[in-house]
Design a protein around this ligand. Structure first.
Ligand code: DGL
Length: 270
């Protein structure tokens, strides 16, 4: 039986996956979305692999319980260790493949930078996968652990001196690497794009992992004939693991949505 009208399930450790949701609203406005943001346990990127796997399994179980037709791991950190999370029967899409494909297409000089959380960079998954596509790629990577708290606290304005200083500390070394493509390998980072843009040479193409993952998934749904046939605007139901009021404001501002629900869930039960 086809499950076209079931929602798409998306999860992240917090706000970051909203970059994927935003792209879906643009390209597939009739799809229903169930989102889980683990705001009570964010960040994931500073945690050990054992803990990230435990959290990811609970997030996946919750979305399965919500009866979704596909699950998108809109979190670079979880995506970078996905082969280690083996308990699923449902189609699972991670950020790695869509992101590296987009970067490989974007680069002209074969020099690519990757930024992500500690756990993502430690895994070297993006780097290894890129080098499988082309062994002549020069790939440099850097963990930027302070970016997630900046985003979660709404410090993302390009004129904010704190945001600018933190970006400078992490990205100074990219200035003379002659990269022409930069992977924003954590779904939170596009929210800091203006600050990063202001700091780095303007010829660098940014690859937004959240956005690329939405486009990639839309293609899978199309190929598998799983697109929602309804002509009505999609319904957006957000679940988070902490108090809802701040997230509600942030989601409203970032997604420019009027109608959506946000509820708290006890994720430890899943
Ligand atoms: N947004 C996530 C990522 O893409 C996780 C950030 C975190 O929780 O540390 O990596």
């Amino acid at each position: 039986m086809k499950n076209n009208n079931l929602p798409i399930g998306i999860f992240d450790s917090g706000l970051g996956g909203l970059t994927t949701v935003k792209e879906f609203i643009k390209i597939l406005p009739n799809e229903n979305i169930v989102y889980f943001g683990d705001t009570g346990r964010v960040p994931y990127g500073t945690k050990s692999q054992k803990i990230i796997i435990k959290y990811a399994k609970q997030d996946i179980n919750f979305l399965k319980f919500k009866n979704v037709k596909i699950i998108i791991i809109a979190c670079g950190t979880v995506s970078s260790i996905v082969p280690k999370i083996s308990t699923f029967d449902l189609k699972l899409v991670s950020t790695v493949k869509p992101t590296i494909n987009a970067a490989a297409l974007a680069t002209k000089n074969n020099r690519i930078g990757i930024i992500g959380t500690n756990a993502t960079i430690r895994s070297s998954t993006y780097k290894n996968e890129l080098e499988k596509i082309n062994k002549n790629f020069f790939v440099c990577q850097k963990a930027c652990p302070m970016f997630v708290p900046l985003v979660e606290n709404g410090i993302t304005n390009e004129n904010d001196p704190v945001a600018m200083e933190i970006v400078r500390r992490y990205l100074e070394e990219f200035k003379n690497k002659n990269i022409d493509t930069l992977i924003l390998g954590c779904t939170h980072y596009p929210m800091l794009k203006q600050v990063i843009r202001k700091f780095l040479p303007s010829n660098i193409t940014f690859v937004d992992s959240g956005k690329e993952t939405a486009k990639f998934t839309a293609n899978i749904l199309l190929k598998k004939d799983l697109l929602n046939s309804s002509k009505k605007p999609g319904k957006y139901n957000f679940f988070i693991s902490d108090e809802v009021s701040i997230f509600k404001e942030q989601a409203k501002r970032f997604l420019k949505l009027e109608k959506f629900s946000v509820n708290e869930v006890s994720i430890e039960k899943f």
